[in-house]
Ligand binder design. Sequence first.
Ligand code: UT7
Length: 318
Amino acid sequence: MYVPEKVLTNAELEKRIDTSDEWILTRTGISERRIARKDESSSVLGAHAARAALADAGLSPSDVDVIIVCTSTPDVLFPATACFVQREIGANNAAAFDVSAVCSGFVYGLSIAEQYIKSGRYRHVLLIGAEVNSRIVDWEDRSTCILFGDGAGAVVLSREEADRPRGVLSTHIYSDGTLSDLIRVPGGIGRDGFSGGAIDPRQYCIHMMGNQTFKVAVKRMADVSQEALAFNGLSTEDVSLMVPHQANQRIIDAVGERLGVPGDKVYVNINKYGNTSAASIPIALCEAREAGRVHPEDVLLLGVVGAGLTWGAAVIRW
Ligand code: UT7
């Protein structure tokens, strides 16, 4: 994982907008978030995380067959941010492309990587979630600007022979385009083209119907998590650690309650980073592992929900 050095605390936000540390903490569980420097784009953050993941896996960049970057804050419209990461780390033998599923990005990317590995098509897939949400936040909108942060996380998925299923056991992804208005960045290029006129910066910021999103998020994440466990003949008692998307502490608590997973089996780091969108699960996974919360043979349950509306879950035997 890699997060920018600059920390933006709730106390600092109190000085900029009409909010309070107490409101943010009790409604979201967030105390602070990281903010990227001007020269730190998603590919820069992603490349840092990628190098760390490759070193941890004992692989060199030239071993990588495919680079998938999950991001909703790409460096530019094209080429893909994954191509910039490729250039940055020198993964010269890889194919590279981006996945756009916003906060669900990592589990969507995982489902693609899973198919490449299980089919035998590729040996090593580098999967990255990287975001600079601070660039698309409306810093005058107190209902959204308190939520988001920047960061990146990466994993390497490799094919190996094993006596019994290990690694990603299954992924389950869904979307419902009729809910596309819940969270969106309205500005773009494909719908209206570029008129050459004045651009309204707010069109390039996150718009969110927070309350409605909250309700569907809890139900979808809980339902798909149940489905993922049942698909593998597992129950919530078999879960060693749940690593949910870090959007709101209250969403995480409500999902855990619905599933019957006790709090001490849920990894939460939203307090330090806020919602880092596609980067949130790989950052949480990395910290959980470094904290000694992930052991061989553990069953991990990942759950996500994001704009689209998209949602999904994955079950991993570590
Ligand atoms: O990652 C993808 C998915 N995203 C999410 O899952 C986000 C889901 N939604 C949420 O996390 C929550 O809906 C929020 C944290 C965004 C908002 O919490 P809420 O409990 O749903 O609050 P609300 O939007 O219903 O607003 C309640 C009140 C309002 O005041 P009034 O109208 O009751 O007087 C807001 O104006 O809280 C007010 N408010 C704030 N007050 C202080 C909204 N933002 C703030 C703020 N500071 N930052």
